[in-house]
Design a protein around this ligand. Structure first.
Ligand code: GLN
Length: 489
């Protein structure tokens, strides 16, 4: 570690090392993060809620535990941020929506419980596209988050606040949720490592549901080792989540091996076609060359139905959200319209006033796709093609161990550039949505720059094989310098 590095620039494992060696206290580390937050928040707006008092209290508790000789592991005493669609007891959980502006959950999401049990210091709740619908964090009812690499540009979305906070040094790591790319695409645009674990690997209990058959929680970190540390803390079976899988959780840190000799990497040709910018393709092909020089084999493979992923996704995700968001009715909890005549009027006015444009668009699309007469033509058909796409991945993984693709078709775009054109915004997810549809794990990690903006590549693995992704990512990181770059905010 360079002596001149500021504390907020440390990786999570560097921060933890400094704590272990007694070079810094958790209280001082947390103070340093809040100083950084105060300096950069006016420029990036990554947070919706800051928890300074609570954080300093947990930090002091962590220091007291260290003094007693206790060690809760790699997160003990380390400041972490959480996307504001994960429930936190007594702390606002807004989903960046007017609908939940004053909602304080009576319980913690399982991932939050796990982070607290691991001694992490929770510094705040980060901004997102309302109910996680979007690719730029411009759909928040409260604020627009900006990209730390260039504040005229979007950080990606929907977990843009979680990405911007880590990228700017305003947290050592954060949690995001990924339904169609919301961890990987902002990780790519902000120069971070972002992992969407296998569907069922991490409990979603306490994550406000968007599209239940696609949603997963995962970490944003500055490097691959930090990603493994976060996964060790959050992965695992949970009786409270009916979709959590009873599969043994490996030690993800054990996957950090700088050796890819003999690893078979597939480049699915459908992910390098029209719509993917040249600089992104070049950077990913250059990464494939790095792997070859490290002894991996690289071959072209095919995921023939990948072209249907975006239409399938927007039918399935919208259908599921139209059902999940029906609970926001002005009766049970959340926002309620002030004046209404009868129940129908209460329901209509509450939802018209409480939800933003994009959320309403999705609810209408989903309601349409599920309505009788259209169900077979849209939802049912999408589900059938979903099976075909999943089989495509199974076939590809019969001949290779991991797939390598771009994460986002372009580097970050300008704020306001795509807000008037939803379809163009949806195209941002062209490389990430197929992964949620198949339920496999995938990571984005930095692999280049274009005009000072980060480029990310995506490594996709077999179901429950996050370890091979981590190994491939770790090896790449050891032989390239992208993970060491920080924005000069
Ligand atoms: N951008 C995609 C959408 O708007 C994905 C969102 C997500 O992963 N939460 O639906």
């Amino acid at each position: 570690m360079d002596k001149n590095t500021k504390m907020y620039e440390w990786t999570l494992h560097e921060a933890r090392q400094a704590l272990r060696e007694g070079k810094v206290t958790s209280a001082a580390l947390t103070e340093a993060i809040f100083e950084r937050i105060e300096a950069v928040e006016p420029k990036i707006s990554a947070y919706i809620t800051l928890l300074k008092e609570e954080a300093l209290e947990s930090a002091r508790a962590a220091d007291a535990a260290f003094a007693r000789g206790e060690d809760l592991g790699d997160l003990h005493g380390v400041p972490i941020a959480i996307k504001d669609n994960m429930c936190t007891t007594g702390i606002p959980t807004t989903c960046a929506s007017k609908m939940l502006e004053n909602f304080k959950p009576p319980y913690d999401a399982t991932v939050v419980t796990k982070l607290r049990a691991a001694g992490a210091v929770i510094v705040g709740k980060t901004n997102l596209d309302e109910f996680a619908m979007g690719s730029s964090t411009e759909n928040s009812a409260f604020k627009v988050t900006r990209n730390p690499w260039n504040t005229d540009y979007v950080p990606g979305g929907s977990s843009g606040g979680s990405a911007a906070s880590v990228s700017a040094g305003a947290a050592f790591a954060s949690l995001g949720s990924d339904t169609g790319g919301s961890i990987r695409q902002p990780a790519s645009l902000c120069g971070l490592v972002g992992l969407k674990p296998t569907y069922g690997r991490v409990s979603r209990y306490g994550l406000v549901a968007f599209a239940s058959s696609l949603d997963q929680i995962g970490p944003f970190t500055k490097d691959v080792k930090d990603c493994a540390i976060m996964m060790n803390a959050i992965a695992g079976y949970d009786v409270k989540d009916g979709t959590a899988v009873e599969e043994a959780t490996p030690d993800y840190k054990a996957a950090l091996i700088d050796d890819v000799k003999g690893l078979r990497i597939g480049l699915p040709k459908e992910f390098f076609g029209e719509g993917i910018s040249q600089e992104v393709k070049d950077a990913v092909y250059a990464a494939a060359k790095v792997y070859e020089t490290l002894g991996a084999t690289v071959e072209e493979v095919s995921v023939p139905n990948a072209g249907y992923a975006l239409p399938i996704y927007y039918i399935i995700a919208s259908s599921e959200c139209s059902s999940n968001l029906a609970r926001f009715d002005g009766v049970r909890y959340g926002f309620r319209a002030e004046e209404f005549e009868d129940f129908n009027d209460l329901f209509t006015k509450t939802r018209t006033q409480g939800f933003g444009e994009e959320v309403k668009r999705r609810i209408m699309l989903g309601t349409y796709a599920l309505s009788s007469g259209y169900y077979d033509a849209y939802y049912n058909k999408a589900m059938k093609v979903r099976t075909l796409l999943k089989e495509d991945f199974d076939r590809a993984f019969a001949s290779v161990d991991v797939l390598l693709t771009p994460t986002s078709p372009t580097v970050a775009f300008k704020i306001g550039e795509k807000t008037d054109n939803p379809l163009e915004m949806y195209m941002s997810d062209i490389c990430t949505v197929p992964i949620n549809i198949a339920g496999v794990p995938a990571m984005s990690l930095p692999c280049g720059f274009s005009d000072g903006l980060p480029i990310g590549m995506q490594l996709i693995g077999r179901h429950f094989d996050e370890k091979t992704i981590l190994r491939a990512a770790y090896a790449f990181e050891q032989h390239t310098g992208y993970a060491q770059q920080r924005p000069s905010l």
